[in-house]
Design a binder for this molecule. Sequence first.
Ligand SMILES: CC(C)(COP(=O)(O)OP(=O)(O)OC[C@H]1O[C@@H](n2cnc3c(N)ncnc32)[C@H](O)[C@@H]1OP(=O)(O)O)[C@@H](O)C(=O)NCCC(=O)NCCS
Length: 429
Amino acid sequence: MAGTYEIRRFRAAGKDDAAYSGCAAWVRAVGAGFHDTRRSDEFVDKVLANWRADDGELTGVYQTGDVAAHSLAADVPVATFATLRKDLNIGYGRQLRAHLVTAVTVRGTHRRRGLLRTMMTEDLAASKAEGLAVAALTASEASIYGRFGFGVATFERSVKVDAGPRFRLRHAAAGTVEMADRKVLLELAPQVFERVHRAMPGSIVRQEAYRQRSSGSFGRDGGEDEAIRCALHYDAAGTVDGYVAYKFAGWNTKPFTVDVVDLVAATDDAYLELWQFLGSIDLVERISRQEAPVDDPLAWALDDPRCIESSDHRDMLWLRILDTGKALGARRYPVDGSLVLAVADGLGFAAGTFRLEVADGEAAVSAAPPGTVPELTLDVACLGSIYLGAVCPVTLTAAGKITEHAPGAALKARLMFAVERAPHCLTHF
Ligand SMILES: CC(C)(COP(=O)(O)OP(=O)(O)OC[C@H]1O[C@@H](n2cnc3c(N)ncnc32)[C@H](O)[C@@H]1OP(=O)(O)O)[C@@H](O)C(=O)NCCC(=O)NCCS
């Protein structure tokens, strides 16, 4: 790309800043990359305010020299990329700072010239140099990011739940549910989410936009979303420990449906009782939720688990281990033992042969002496996949992705990398 393009990295500017119009062009370029309609000024303003709140870094690639007559101006980026840093729950409440990659687009007329590769490899190298142990993203297509060392680490699915007479959830309520003004979520949503995050492997701390969206303060056009309703769950002591934000899909949608916008529950009781509430809303025949866990207590709590129609089981979080020693050393392990892993990495960041020794759940990681025969050989993308316990090393071995040199080593890895409950990431970015 030398000579033709220039990469610029910057922070989101405020409205009075000279750099604001360039930042607004960047936001609109991201929208164009995902086939959005052109966004209102109000929408762009809020997006930039959120980027400032999250202290994200924006990257744009710009044409140098003259652009073609009548084409988009030179200050409109031909490619975009952005990053932010948030904590990732890596099991047993442990937190690891993660480098999150998002807003990746390349204009159709400039694609397949290596712009993504340049932005990604430069960015990962800089993060590694800064000492970050993992990077993460969510992917529009599953074929893009494996080449950069990212592996699928959590999953999600969409569910439609029959809220008719079949919906019987046997659970003795421990708390209560009440309706609230949607705006209370501006304050409550981050508090409840914080508790969920601490308890949920695979969880990532949410960006500012979440409380805005869940509370209806940041609708599709940037304005208020008056359709959002909110219910809160209170524990026996009266503390809010869960909420659901939802919308009625309208009388023209049959069966009559409620769409869950955000459902966050810090306790098992809160989760089941919010579902009991959703299943009891009068005139509603179906509850639809897009970001449901694949391993869902709801299915086991319902008398008739076939009330749940599940679709689009899909990859969610992709992890890229940047520093194998740091990442392995940061985890807590449920099983003591030792494991020698040979990690291959096309970009070189995480490669090597590592001995993981676990005693009382705590890890000691060292470089294996030259000549050591590993028990498992795997690509860094597979290490990212098994790291949060959601992908089974035995399955990856069966798929030919992991090579087992010592019989039983993949099962040992499965047991060692297990976490305390099914990982689920409620944070899209
Ligand atoms: C995906 C996208 C960013 C790729 O950008 P790009 O600049 O064309 O990618 P590059 O030219 O740097 O390609 C890098 C490598 O990825 C491959 N690649 C790029 N996009 C791919 C895709 N969609 N599927 C499969 N492979 C892809 C290229 O073939 C190339 O492979 P190689 O270097 O191993 O030979 C671009 O097509 C795009 O903007 N798509 C629409 C928005 C989107 O989906 N963004 C991703 C959001 S998660």
